[in-house]
Every structure is written in structure tokens, then in C-alpha cells.
Design a protein. Structure first.
Length: 370
């Protein structure tokens, strides 16, 4: 098979895989493996790089032992020439990298065998003006990649970039559909169950006033209290489905939710910035859970909320001076609610920390880069 025919065959195989892709992480691993198999190269890895310049090892195949040292630490930490070129905007197309800086580092530190790999080719993953990361490929003792090989890598990278964009748009559409479904459910609950509970409250109050029998009065009083409690919980559920005030900013939504729970929220905002919708959503859900915990467990109605906008990061701090509980760092998160907070934050690429001590209150801090 000629070079052109082989190139078309590679692109066809990869295109078929990408056209069915729905998960970026899984897809990148499968595409990388197929690319190496079809081109006869032995090793490859893909970095996804955020707008703040931080990279993530998204896929890898047949890395030498030295690069896998300490759970892939040489690949996950620190910079290198190709990532630096990507971040400073000088890497626009497939190119030979003279030497791999990560290989050079692990060789100096004697982390293990490098299996003859010293150089690699690199190409940015992009579509239009949007850039997503890098794909790197290498083989033992290979120090130069031909124009034909680089052209194939560039075409593959363009396909991957287009697939990433398509998956992101699909995910955004799904999130919008979910948000609309939440709004519809909130409207239905408000128009039906919420109104029924309100009517039950009024009926029980009226029944209590119409009878002279003390036992009947107490029964109506009990029904009224149950209906009122259910009404409060229903309103909180509707609030969670469709937060009031979020369009006016995250802090406004948090303080309004606190008011609904009869909490006094002491707010502080440092800096100014517009948050991406997915980051705002995570911070909002974490805040809801934190305020709910304060209402149920802290034994205080005062809570301090601080949002700090940094250059490439937002920091949310929520603390109370309530009863607190015994908790040591590195211990298992004690409740499902707190565990869900941590999971939400980490899924957005952020960090979650918790500090609590009996009689000194509880504080959570969330940091999310964007």
C-alpha cells in the first residue's frame, strides 16, 4: 500500500471511531492506541490543557517505565517544551521536538528505563481558534519524523479536535435540557403540590377555629403543623430545582436561600469576575448543601460566606461557629452530603477542604480553576 493510501486508511479508521464517540477520556485512549497501531509507532500520550495553562494526562500508551515512575508523576507534574510552546502560542502545527524534556528529567533522576525513547513529535489538538491540548508520539531511537508522518498527525489531531468540540456541544445541550426539565418540574410542583399543601394549611386552621372540642382542635393543629412543615420542605425543593436570584449573581442566590432557611448570611466578595456556568453551578450546589447542613446540625443561624475571584481561580469559603464535630484531615468524609460536595468540586477540577472542631464550628473551602 502506498503512503497516500496508508494515510487515508489511517484517517478513515480513526474517523469511524471518532464519529461514534460520546466520552472524551475513553475516546482519546482508543484513538491513540489505533493511531499507534496503524502507523507502527510504539509510544504516545495526549495532554488536555486548560486556558489557565494547566495540563492533564488524558491518555497514554506504552510509556517507558521511567515516565510511569511513582504513578505517572513525571507526566502529571511540571512543564516541558511542548506544553510551554502550546501555552505561549508558538505551536501551531505538527512538529519535531528536538528532545523530550520529560525523558531528559527522568534520565537525570534515574527513575528507570527509557527504552530508547529520546525524541517525539507533537501536534496541537484544535478546531478553528479553539485549542484543547497536545498529542505526542515516539518510538525507540527515532529522532526525526518525516513531513508525511507529521501531515498524518496533523490531520488526526484536527479530527480529534473536532470530536472534542462536538462532545462538548452535546454535553452543553444535555445540560440545557436538564436545566429546562428542572424548571418544568419546579413549576409543576409549585402549581400543584405546593398549592395543595397551602390549602391544607388553611383548611386545618379553619377547622381548628370551628370546633370547641379540645381533642379535635389538637388534631387540626397537628395537621396544620405537618402541612406547614411539608410546605416549607416543598419550597426548599423547588428552590433547589430552580434557584431564585442566580441570574443576579451567585452570592445573591446564596443569601436568598439563607433567608429562606432563616439563616443570617454574612457575605464578603473579593475581586470581580464572571464565572463559567459549570463552575457557578458547582459552587451553587455546594453552597446549598453547606447552608442545609448549618440549618440542620450546627445549632446556629449565623454563617459566613466569602467568594474570592482570583486571576484564574475562584475560592469559596463557608463557615459557621456552631457545634462542629471531630474531623481530622485525610480522614474519610463523614457524611454523604459532604462527600457529594467533594465529588462535585473534584469533577470540576477543583479542590475541597474541610475543617471542623467540637464547639468551634465548621469551615469548608472550595478552589476551582477556570
Amino acid at each position: 500500500m502506498g503512503a497516500s493510501a496508508n494515510r487515508l486508511n489511517v484517517l478513515k479508521n480513526i474517523a469511524e471511531l471518532l464519529n461514534e464517540a460520546t466520552d472524551i477520556q475513553v475516546t482519546l485512549q482508543e484513538v491513540l492506541k489505533k493511531l499507534l497501531t496503524l502507523t507502527g509507532l510504539s509510544t504516545g500520550w495526549i495532554f488536555l490543557i486548560k486556558k489557565n495553562g494547566k495540563h492533564k494526562l488524558a491518555a497514554y500508551e506504552n510509556l517507558p517505565p521511567a515516565l510511569q515512575y511513582n504513578q505517572l508523576s513525571p507526566m502529571c507534574k511540571g512543564g516541558c517544551w511542548c506544553v510551554n510552546k502550546f501555552n505561549n502560542g508558538t505551536l501551531h502545527k505538527a512538529s519535531n521536538i528536538i528532545e523530550c524534556q520529560r525523558i531528559e528529567n527522568v534520565t537525570k533522576q534515574e527513575f528507570g528505563e527509557t527504552c530508547g525513547i529520546t525524541h517525539h513529535a507533537t501536534v496541537p489538538l484544535h478546531v478553528g481558534n479553539e485549542r484543547f491540548g497536545l498529542i505526542n508520539v515516539a518510538s525507540p531511537n527515532k529522532t526525526f519524523f518525516t513531513e508525511e508522518e507529521l501531515a498524518l498527525l496533523e490531520a488526526t489531531a484536527h479530527q480529534i479536535g473536532a470530536a472534542i468540540k462536538r462532545i462538548q456541544l452535546t454535553k452543553k445541550e444535555q445540560e440545557m435540557a436538564l436545566r429546562e426539565e428542572r424548571n418544568r418540574l419546579a413549576r409543576d410542583l409549585h402549581d400543584s403540590v405546593n398549592q395543595l399543601l397551602f390549602s391544607m394549611t388553611l383548611t386545618a386552621r379553619g377547622g381548628k377555629e370551628m370546633t370547641e372540642d379540645q381533642e379535635v382542635k389538637e388534631t387540626f393543629q397537628y395537621i396544620q403543623e405537618l402541612a406547614q412543615q411539608a410546605l416549607s420542605e416543598m419550597r426548599a425543593l423547588i428552590w433547589q430545582l430552580k434557584p431564585i436570584g442566580l441570574e443576579e449573581g451567585l452570592m445573591k442566590a446564596i443569601t436568598s436561600y439563607g433567608e429562606m432557611l432563616n439563616l443570617h448570611v454574612r457575605e464578603k466578595i473579593i475581586g470581580i469576575g464572571n464565572l463559567p456556568s459549570h463552575v457557578e453551578e458547582v459552587l451553587w450546589r455546594v453552597s446549598q448543601e453547606a447552608l442545609n447542613n448549618c440549618k440542620k446540625h450546627a445549632g446556629t443561624n449565623e454563617i459566613w460566606v466569602k467568594i474570592e475571584h482570583l486571576k484564574r481561580e475562584v475560592v469559596l469559603s463557608i463557615k459557621d461557629k456552631g457545634c462542629g464535630f471531630t474531623f481530622q484531615e485525610n480522614n474519610m468524609i463523614p457524611t454523604l452530603g459532604l462527600s457529594n460536595m467533594k465529588t462535585r468540586v473534584e469533577s470540576a477540577g477543583g479542590t475541597f477542604s474541610l475543617v471542623s472542631k467540637p464547639n468551634y464550628g465548621t469551615e469548608i473551602q472550595v478552589k476551582i480553576p477556570f
